[in-house]
Ligand binder design. Sequence first.
Ligand code: BTN
Length: 246
Amino acid sequence: MIIGSKVFFFENLTSTNTYLSDMMLNNDLPEGTIVRTNYQTAGRGQKGNKWDSQDGMNLLISILLYPTMINPVDQFLISMALSLGICDFLKTYTHDYSIKWPNDIYISNDKIAGILIENSIMGDKITSTIAGIGLNINQRTFQSSVPNPVSLNMITGRDFDLLVCFNKLISELDKRYKQLLSENYSQTKEDYISKLYLKDKWHSYRDKNGVFRGCIRSVSDHGNLQIENSKGRIVDYGFKDISFMS
Ligand code: BTN
């Protein structure tokens, strides 16, 4: 097992990503080291957002990886593999999961998990990756500022043992990471694309020119979202260039 080779648990922390990145400065940590906590006082999300999670209710983890086999231009593969690992975990409980590009995990139209990936790159190598995952397990009420949250409890109507969920999650993440190590990139890409939220469905999006109707067709090798517009043209979008309308 690579992911989970070493696990550090703390009752509370500022942020598992921040803690792990500080820890790396003074320690030689093996690949797969995980920092887990029950509560973050400064949990971080994408685009500078906060990640809120009630004490002891959800999984809050950061994983250290050394994906030196992946060229920085292909770094989106890491996102794909981790998103798929979370989906594989969810499979036991529901079939209604999907990946909202780039790496939000959805159940129907609600978000159950988010991933914050922080890569360190030197030349043509990714020297380390800190992958933070917040996965909602037992929480039932969320702050009103969180757009559309959902948890495993809300979809199944029951409570879960966090440690059991943690062990199952890291085992699924490990399988997907090993798929990357075996350089079976085409399988990872195919699985990721097949699970995209709103794939092949017409929906409203906003780009620099305004709101338009479009249909997600795929994701490029470099992780850009490919949307067909009403004229039948497929346009590639980077993370900051497109938003989904609700
Ligand atoms: C998102 O905005 O969707 C990404 C959320 C990532 C949250 C997790 S919780 C564990 C780890 N530590 C953090 O501070 N953030 C990530």
